[in-house]
Design a protein. Sequence first.
Length: 145
Amino acid sequence: MSNVSSVASTSGGSAYNSTDSVTNPSQTLNQNDFLKLLVSQIQYQDPLNPKSDTDMAAQMAQFTSLQQASQSTSSLAMIQANSLVGSTVTLQVDAKTSTSGVVTGVQMKDGAPQITVNGQYYSLSQITAVAPTPVTTTPASNQTN
């Protein structure tokens, strides 16, 4: 696989190269980043020395694996969140505040599950403790006929 040192872009009136700084870099590459790199690679490859079809097949296999891993991670997180419904959780709201309550629901937001506690939505990463909710039973009333 060849190294790409820089890609120039004239859209928007300015050119970018590998020495330009990024104001808010992402810590990981996502599917869109992978597709952009793949399209750029195809677009700027040397027409007299194109990439081999085996290299392209290997890259597509890597993309498929990335996509499947991402879907599996999302599914596992949703299963984990659903398993908390009915449990009592303690949550770290901010550096100084924590709260606790019973998980009453789950929703997906931006591809990540959030739990509902006391009418508020929280990320799974805010959970600091989980306990089963105590079951309260009411004694059966004596019925006389």
